[in-house]
Design a protein around this ligand. Sequence first.
Ligand code: MN
Length: 203
Amino acid sequence: MEKKPYVLPQLEFGYKDLEPWISEVQLQLHHQKHHAAYVNSANAILETLDKNRRDGVDGDAKALAKAFSFNAAGHLLHSLFWENLAPAAKTTLKPKGIFATTIDNEFGGFERFKKEFSQTAINTEGSGWTALVYCRQTNRPLLMQVEKHNINVIPTFRVLLVLDVWEHAYYLDYKNERAKFVEAFWNIVNWHEVNQRLEAILK
Ligand code: MN
């Protein structure tokens, strides 16, 4: 198998399509600058590793691995994030299918889930993410906070839904009012994609 670099994914919607919840300028900047930077940095680290190995040079293993996990995880999280968003006109305000049933069983209802997810997101310290993951050891969907991009949870917990609450995700639109961004998020969740993720896990 031929090695290949990470690639910035195309969005499934136009930059204007998440308005008025996420503005064109905010979304374009987030995708083309912030996400792209993680892709480029992860690729640059892989090139450095290749070069060091070719030249027989010892790199700073600790620094390289740390920078790699930050940037590669940033790329993976943003990719999951874009896929679990959809224009309001093309999605619904509530989930359907097995995901809806799973949420009802775990949280006692969608409104309670929304409230817990929102509180988790609003109270994330500094830069981070909120993730709803699925744990196959307990057969439960679980809420987690992700610091920066450290998604150490991924090998054992599969991600169902993520929300980026770094300031770069909302500052142009909402300034410091993260809670307003979190409230807006509920209008543009791609429940079809979220349901498919759960179906794939349960298969
Ligand atoms: Mn981001």
